[in-house]
Design a protein around this ligand. Sequence first.
Ligand SMILES: *[C@@H]1O[C@H](CO)[C@@H](O)[C@H](O)[C@H]1NC(C)=O
Ligand SMILES: *[C@@H]1O[C@H](CO)[C@@H](O)[C@H](O)[C@H]1NC(C)=O
Ligand SMILES: *[C@@H]1O[C@H](CO)[C@@H](O)[C@H](O)[C@H]1NC(C)=O
Ligand SMILES: *[C@@H]1O[C@H](CO)[C@@H](O)[C@H](O)[C@H]1NC(C)=O
Ligand SMILES: *[C@@H]1O[C@H](CO)[C@@H](O)[C@H](O)[C@H]1NC(C)=O
Ligand SMILES: *[C@@H]1O[C@H](CO)[C@@H](O)[C@H](O)[C@H]1NC(C)=O
Length: 226
Amino acid sequence: MEVMYVLSSVVFLVLIQLVVSKNETINCQVNTFQTKQNFDLKQYLGTWYEMKWLVPFDVPVADRYLDYRHNYTMNTDNQVLVSITARNSSKHCLYFNAYLNLTATPGKMVLSLQPDGGGDTYTYWVIDTDYVNYALTYACGEMLPNGTCGKVRSWIWSRKTSISQTLLNSTEVLLNGLCVDASSLITTSHVEDACSKQNDDAVITTSSCWCLIIPIVVYLSIFHLI
Ligand SMILES: *[C@@H]1O[C@H](CO)[C@@H](O)[C@H](O)[C@H]1NC(C)=O
Ligand SMILES: *[C@@H]1O[C@H](CO)[C@@H](O)[C@H](O)[C@H]1NC(C)=O
Ligand SMILES: *[C@@H]1O[C@H](CO)[C@@H](O)[C@H](O)[C@H]1NC(C)=O
Ligand SMILES: *[C@@H]1O[C@H](CO)[C@@H](O)[C@H](O)[C@H]1NC(C)=O
Ligand SMILES: *[C@@H]1O[C@H](CO)[C@@H](O)[C@H](O)[C@H]1NC(C)=O
Ligand SMILES: *[C@@H]1O[C@H](CO)[C@@H](O)[C@H](O)[C@H]1NC(C)=O
């Protein structure tokens, strides 16, 4: 009888252990999420093209940006400047500026948009990156009383305007670990070369040249000089 009692207790304890450990595998507590180990900001600097994104509100298709890109540079004051370029759905180039402010934990940063970009501030955690191909960033905009996240922002970045399916699959696994449904992320279209102020200026310069040439030609032809 005693043997039976001990055995059933053991079985009971094993079952409890299974249930508990099953719960541990789906831990959605934001404060347990791991960021990239030994995050190296210097290697992270430079250009990242947005591949997929998630914000905690609905963005109508007409308001979604194309060719969205961040360029991180460090200035002499050790501030990380973020220059953001994108096109709106009518293909107009847009330029915003932000700071990536550091915290005591490397990899846990704060993206602080300038007023031209809406002035929003949100956490920016680098969950994983290999620095040369891809990065996965995450931000929790509202922590619920039970420690899970109510308002998630997340981005998958690539050093190029495309990303391999293999890397996308591994970000999907990481997103599951953050209790984010990977299928809810929206894919960013990269249709043209990223916007650049220099190119825009060049366009303005050539068109202003034409603005001068046309009146000259008109003037000359009016006076039958050509
Ligand atoms: C496991 O999680 C579920 C749902 O989150 C909860 O109802 C249950 O009590 C948890 N079980 C244990 C043993 O913590
Ligand atoms: C990123 O910014 C740096 C510093 O302003 C600049 O030198 C570099 O060309 C930029 N990269 C791209 C791809 O625009
Ligand atoms: C795109 O930006 C341009 C210039 O700011 C603006 O005139 C146009 O209405 C915008 N289009 C959309 C769809 O937001
Ligand atoms: C981020 O850093 C910039 C420049 O140092 C500062 O102006 C801004 O207030 C900071 N933002 C936050 C949210 O700390
Ligand atoms: C945490 O709280 C939110 C909001 O009340 C609820 O939707 C969610 O299921 C809770 N999560 C867990 C793991 O208890
Ligand atoms: C990515 O995942 C999908 C679905 O899980 C699978 O069918 C596909 O073979 C995977 N692709 C690569 C390149 O790993």
